[in-house]
Ligand binder design. Structure first.
Ligand SMILES: Cc1cc2nc3c(=O)[nH]c(=O)nc-3n(C[C@H](O)[C@H](O)[C@H](O)COP(=O)(O)OP(=O)(O)OC[C@H]3O[C@@H](n4cnc5c(N)ncnc54)[C@H](O)[C@@H]3O)c2cc1C
Length: 402
């Protein structure tokens, strides 16, 4: 063990962990160490997401998600501009394909306005086609603030700045345990032990387990939901100009399969939301008995299953049937066909579930005297990463002045 005492060790080299480390440094807490289990940063959620800078329209006004997404969105645009990271504020449309979806569309518009969006435009059938000639719907919303970005590029830039500010980032370094001998913490990892004053857990899909190892009862279980994508074939990319989203099911914290133009080229369709049988289970063949048994033994799991089983079965059917997937896409773009898409990648969302069977909607960040744990940071946490970082830095700074 080296004798250095870091101000903070941050577990997790995704976008939230690195943004947090950088935000701490910006508040004067310079001596930070980020530890990441994988060989590279952003290997999990951050590197497998849709690459969208969300506007913040969906989230309940007053929630952490609403506040941190709106703030984080603009911080992220400025950051990308300043550091020459690929991004574009291209806007998106949300389309109500059936009349019965219009009340939810109205609610999204209201929330968007309450969350500070300036230029939401209501679209009628004809206007939808002005923005997306191949999309079809009863009514729509155009949201100018939405954009696309290279989140791996952002995370790597965060790392470069952390190191420039004399912080450290260690990859292939897995957190194992923490002990608290006296006035410091000793963090045990696969690359040795590190002393620090504060420990911050930004471990995404493993965050509940790490909280437990740190002596906390997280009161939630991370449930992995895989999102599978298709890609539109090059010759059919003209079907989508930017981003086309459906009206989401308000009972579920996911946005529904949509079309996304990617910042490095290509158009993705998806993701769905299938229960994964392994944390980090990127295909249906990935199964972990440990992960499954932990899920089944958690009381909230069965309550959630009872509430959402119909939706769950539909998502599974769509996962195995390309034609059902295409059917969902055809609601938005009727002329898209089976042959126009090929399988793309996938990502796994870390979604916290509470004991009552409720999928935790808001970000959840808890603290103890010497620790901060991010226990729920699903979408739009990549968009909000800089403001989540600032939020954690504000909590942390209070611990230093105590
Ligand atoms: C399919 C999909 C689409 C999405 N689309 C969007 C989008 O368009 N826009 C948006 O804003 N958000 C989106 N999100 C959400 C967004 O990607 C996540 O909210 C965000 O990436 C979370 O970042 P993170 O750093 O918390 O997690 P992660 O990126 O998962 O990072 C956690 C890190 O912790 C590491 N770790 C775990 N255990 C240990 C350990 N023991 N020791 C050391 N390190 C450890 C992991 O290896 C990992 O690198 C999407 C997510 C998914 C899955």
């Amino acid at each position: 063990m080296n004798n250095k005492i870091y101000d903070a060790v941050i577990i997790g080299g995704g976008i939230v962990g690195t943004a947090t480390a950088l935000s701490l440094q910006q508040k004067g807490i310079k001596s930070v160490l980020v530890i990441e289990a994988e060989k590279n940063l952003a290997e999990h959620q951050t590197g497998h997401n849709s690459g969208v800078i969300h506007s913040g329209a969906y989230y309940k006004p007053g929630s952490l998600k609403a506040k941190l997404c709106s703030e984080g969105r603009e911080l992220l645009y400025s950051f990308c501009k300043q550091h020459d990271i690929l991004h574009e504020r291209c806007g998106k449309i949300i389309v109500a394909t059936e009349k019965n979806e219009i009340p939810v569309l109205n609610e999204i518009e209201k929330r968007g306005i309450a969350n500070g969006l300036k230029n939401i435009k209501r679209l009628n059938k004809e206007e939808i086609k002005e923005y997306e000639p191949y999309a079809s719907g009863e009514e729509g919303l155009l949201i100018h603030e939405t954009g696309i970005v290279d989140y791996i590029g952002v995370t790597n830039k965060f790392r470069d700045l952390i190191i420039e500010n004399e912080g450290e980032v260690l990859t292939s370094c897995k957190f194992l345990n923490v002990v608290n001998p006296s006035n410091r913490l000793v963090v045990e990892t696969t690359k040795g032990d590190f002393n620090c004053k504060l420990l911050i857990n930004c471990a995404g899909l493993q965050s509940d387990r790490i909280a437990k190892k740190c002596g906390l009862n997280p009161n939630v279980k991370i449930i992995p939901f895989r999102g599978e994508y298709y890609k539109i074939k090059k010759e059919k990319e003209y079907l989508v100009k930017n981003l086309i989203y459906p009206v989401p099911d308000p009972k579920f914290p996911f946005l529904g399969v949509h079309f996304t133009r990617m910042i490095k080229g290509g158009i993705e369709a998806g993701p769905n939301a299938v229960l994964a049988f392994k944390r980090n289970g990127y295909t249906y063949k990935d199964i972990s008995l440990k992960d499954i048994s932990e899920m089944l033994l958690f009381p909230g799991f069965w309550k959630m299953a009872k509430q959402h089983y119909a939706m769950g079965i539909n998502e599974f059917r769509r996962s195995f049937s390309k034609s059902l997937f295409v059917k969902a896409l055809q609601k938005l773009v009727p002329s898209i066909e089976d042959d126009d898409i090929v399988p793309g990648g996938s990502g796994v969302r870390a979604q916290a579930l509470d004991k009552n069977g409720k999928l935790v909607d808001d970000f959840r960040i808890i603290e103890t005297e010497k620790q901060v744990h991010v226990l729920n940071a699903p979408s739009p946490a990549a968009t909000a990463s800089l403001s989540i970082g600032k939020y954690i830095a504000d909590i942390t700074i209070k611990k230093f002045v105590r």
